[in-house]
Design a protein around this ligand. Sequence first.
Ligand code: PMP
Length: 305
Amino acid sequence: MRMNVTASVTPITVVAHASKPKNWFDGALIDGDAPQAGLTTHAMHYGSGVFEGIRAYATTNGGAAVFRLPEHLQRMRRGAELLGLAFDPSQATDAVLATLRANGHRDAYVRPLAWFGEGSFGLDVEGHVPHLMVATTATQVHLNGSRARVGVSTWRRNPADSLPPLKLCGGYINSILAKREAKQRGFDEALFTDRAGNVVECTGANVFMVKDGVISAVEHPDALPGITRDTLLALSGANVRMVSLAELLDADEVFACGTAAEVAPIAQIEQREYGANPISRALASQYQCIVRGEDTTHASWLTAV
Ligand code: PMP
């Protein structure tokens, strides 16, 4: 069976195992989707959960490694803390590695999720059982990933003073609305801008631009501080600044980046079409060398499976 993980700019093709994949649930590996969520599950009603999107890669030494696992789990811990949800990064680390090993996955997307389970219908989280799951799905490597066509969303990104930019489940309704609108307009992905016309981010990826050879990372308080963005900042020494939509449309190259999207050159924003994106492509190759351990200058970013 094939399915597309669409939270990314470049959809990842996920190939499900012939036998049931193992998932980690509340302390043990289980077969497939066995647990049933009760009807009072708090996260189902109110989105009271936090998740991560992480990737593991087959490395050039014949093994596999999870890319920047501690950083992903620390971000998840911050989200859990905000919700008052118990979360232990070291337990989650073990769960991620155990699930990857049990499924024999090397190139994989890893999805941990912590959430409030059954209890009352009240908004208080107290009295609801906390749960943790980890699922891994094999990813196929796209050598010639299609370049995204992006529409500017009429929806605003959740403002950080209403909902902090963390991977809180309920916050993603905002991305879902923007993605639905973009697709209905014939685009692949949506770009959020603020009321002043500044670029915020895409629905599941951060944004960079290149103008006259200068790389700039879009900075915005409402955008998720992405781990891929941080990686690319370290690799490229890009400027970090607010960028207006007008500047983005005038740029030579634009790319989105995220764990799932990796470095995704953008073909088009509304009617503006971009060219060959040589700098974005060079960064995309450099990123691949790092995540696969071919370039060992950042070996500390890799957690061996
Ligand atoms: N913005 C949003 C809204 C996201 O969901 C993601 C994916 N986690 C990103 C940016 C990119 O973050 P990262 O590089 O940490 O995956």
